[in-house]
Design a protein around this ligand. Structure first.
Ligand code: HEC
Length: 157
């Protein structure tokens, strides 16, 4: 199950990300957690409650909150939690955007299906829902995910 793989953020990668960023702004394109009461928060919350919550849970607790990381009676895993009990914060911004646009990578025998939503959501809505999901994480998780996003981008050609 790919989504359980814990991705360790390497401190050496992070420091090289900072130094190789040079004069270009390292924060560029990083999705910040939505500030409470902001337009992004309202939009992200609306997208989440209309497009994600039926599967991922009203508050990001997952499809099967009692056993989110266990298969159900059909042998398939449900939609994982997005809150601080889940692993969504292990993924960098670009991967999160890709999953929302193109759908999940789980095979349908072992996983319920994460639909591709690029025909439903605009870029702005995708970014807003990610910014909203980030508000479900602890500050440490937010910081680690931000570092991972920077590290992955630093490795891109
Ligand atoms: C029809 C149910 C369904 C809907 C609607 C849905 N998802 Fe998913 N999602 C899943 C399932 C099932 C998985 C796990 C299987 C996989 O990744 O292929 C998943 C996986 C994911 C993942 C990767 C795993 C993780 O948490 O790191 C992300 C990110 C994600 N969904 C975000 C969203 C967002 C954001 C929305 C709303 C815009 C959404 N999903 C709507 C069912 C759904």
């Amino acid at each position: 199950m790919w989504f359980l793989a814990v991705m360790v953020v390497s401190t050496s990668l992070v420091s090289s990300a900072c130094s190789s960023a040079g004069d270009t702004a390292p924060n560029e394109g990083i999705i910040a957690p939505a500030a409470a009461g902001s337009e992004t928060y309202t939009l992200g919350q609306t997208v989440y409650s209309t497009q994600c919550s039926t599967c991922h849970g009203t508050n990001g607790e997952g499809q099967f909150p009692d056993a989110p990381l266990q298969p159900d009676i059909t042998g398939r895993y449900g939609a994982p939690p997005h809150d601080d009990t889940g692993h969504t914060w292990h993924h960098d911004d670009d991967l999160l955007i890709q999953i929302i646009r193109e759908g999940g990578m789980g095979d349908p025998v072992n996983f319920y299906v994460m639909p591709a939503l690029e025909s439903v959501l605009s870029e702005r809505e995708i970014e807003a829902v990610i910014a909203y999901i980030k508000t479900m994480w602890t500050e440490e998780q937010q910081a680690a995910q931000r570092e991972r996003t920077l590290a992955v981008r630093a490795q891109e050609p």
